[in-house]
Design a protein around this ligand. Structure first.
Ligand code: ARG
Length: 472
């Protein structure tokens, strides 16, 4: 168990980084509530990358000497190696990753370490680190979305002709192809990728050089640091640079949309893999057994993907609440920006990987899908369309006539295609034998060749087109 917070004063002296005008140390609970090292240690690589760009710029501008910069660069490389070797102990008195790195740098290279923070503040430093993290996160998510699209496209191509019931209200509506259903998700994840790309393009400006909030009197070159860190440009306003977290809100928003898409698909997998549906069988790799019921294969990965959406939405809402109402510029509230983003990133990336794996692995029961597609009078619309096309009936009348024929089939307890011609003619005398040609599920899907429709030929064409458009 962690130690309970107390209000006792800590024995440590005033903070060595900023405590020049302090004579007392903080309350123990102040250290606990103030420290972010427990989570922002994740940003060590971004922090060092930002510091390296900064110190090189300081040297180039003649603000530090070449020797000073070289010492700092070497020291930072050592700190990085130590952190990666698991050698950095967390010290609440040092608050965050920025001060941990600087304090260790000082132990290694001495007082010259203090020059690294020239023309910089933790405010522009943390904003830079966090942008670098989010940018990497967006790139990683894009790659995983693309991989999931690629898995879906492979299965869609394989199942261009596989017929399943299409649902509205989870009631059988019209037959569709399984390939077409999978391609719906390819499009959704394609829009997610567009959102990722938009977010990346919009956020790719550098806060570093804004210093605490007002800029600096040192002759820094922000174009240089921006280029070194792969940003398109330095941010134009120092107050904005250190105080907005809209890029994190955007990251969380698009993550919530991705998670929502994944959740719908996960729910379908849960339903489809049930004994009642039996459309698909998930592989052992993504399911668990039950300790008491030997026959069980539970779709845990799908269920957890469905559930992770809740936490990602919570992450998004939590940061919106932190940010709303904050005055410019930096406020310590903003230290709470990181955990929701880290949490959402982990949930979304894990879910994307698991979903791609499930898609690649799942086996499809084509007979069960086709069989289900023939139930629920799924070709009733085809019958109505036939009445319109062949008899020239207005659609509304055709709908009415078809409804009467469906009622007849219900009474007989049979499919539409199993009714006799005479029975149908009892409802509408002009109906001919030709009507039976449109009542099969195969005919139904093959006829839906309109742009974006479910016909197998459309699916095959769409797969090829999507592979190009998404490079997937
Ligand atoms: N740990 C802080 C954060 O994450 C770094 C910035 C601290 N700035 C300050 N003015 N105290 O927000």
């Amino acid at each position: 168990m962690t130690k309970q917070p107390t209000s006792a004063k800590s024995k440590s002296d005033a903070n060595p980084m900023w405590g020049g005008h302090y004579k007392d140390g903080p309350a123990a609970v102040m250290q606990q509530i103030n420290a972010s090292i427990g989570f922002d240690c994740k940003l060590y690589a971004q922090d060092i990358e930002g510091s390296l760009a900064h110190v090189r710029m300081l040297a180039k501008q003649g603000i530090l000497t070449g020797d000073e910069a070289a010492a700092i660069e070497q020291g930072l490389a050592q700190v990085k190696a130590e952190i990666e070797a698991g050698e950095m102990a967390h010290n609440l008195a040092l608050e965050d990753i920025h001060m941990h790195i600087e304090a260790r740098l000082k132990e290694i290279i001495g007082d010259v370490a203090g020059k690294l923070h020239t023309a910089r503040s933790r405010n522009d430093q943390v904003a830079t680190d966090f942008r670098l993290y989010v940018r990497d996160g967006l790139d990683a998510i894009d790659g995983l979305l693309r991989d999931l699209q690629s898995a879906l496209l492979d299965r869609a191509e394989e199942h261009a002709d596989t017929i399943m019931p299409g649902f509205t209200h989870l009631q059988t509506a019209q037959p569709v192809t399984f390939g077409h259903h999978l391609l719906a998700y390819v499009e959704m994840f394609g829009r997610d990728r567009r959102r990722v790309a938009d977010a990346r393009a919009g956020m790719n400006e550098l806060p570093l050089g804004a210093a605490a909030l007002a800029g600096t009197s040192f002759p820094i070159d922000r174009e240089q640091t921006a280029a070194a860190l792969g940003f398109d440009a330095p941010m134009r306003n120092s107050l904005d640079a250190v105080s907005d977290r809209d890029f994190a809100l955007e990251f969380l928003s698009l993550s919530a949309i991705i998670a929502t898409h994944l959740s719908r698909f996960a729910e379908e997998l849960v339903i489809w893999s049930s004994a009642q549906f039996g459309f698909v069988k998930l592989s052992e790799a993504y399911t668990t057994g039950s300790s008491i019921m030997p026959q069980k294969r539970n779709p845990d990965a799908a269920e957890l993907i469905r559930a992770k959406t809740g936490r990602v939405l919570g992450d998004m809402v939590s940061l919106f609440h932190v940010m709303k109402g904050l005055t410019l510029a930096y406020n310590k509230d903003m230290q709470e920006d990181k955990e929701p983003v880290f949490d959402a990133f982990e949930a979304v990336t894990m879910s994307l990987v698991a979903m791609a794996g499930m898609v690649r692995d799942l086996s499809v029961n084509q007979e069960a899908m086709r069989e289900a597609a023939t139930h629920g009078y799924s070709t009733a619309t085809d019958l109505a369309d036939w009445l319109v096309r062949t008899l020239g009936m207005p659609f509304r009348n055709a709908h009415h006539v078809t409804g009467a024929i469906v009622r007849l089939a219900e009474q007989e307890g049979c499919q539409l295609s199993e009714l006799s011609l005479e029975a149908m003619q009892g409802v509408e005398s002009a109906i001919t034998d030709d009507v039976f040609s449109v009542l099969t599920v195969e005919h139904s899907v093959a006829s839906r060749t309109s742009f974006g429709g479910t016909a197998p030929e459309n699916v095959r064409r769409s797969v090829q087109e999507a592979r190009k458009r998404y490079a997937a």
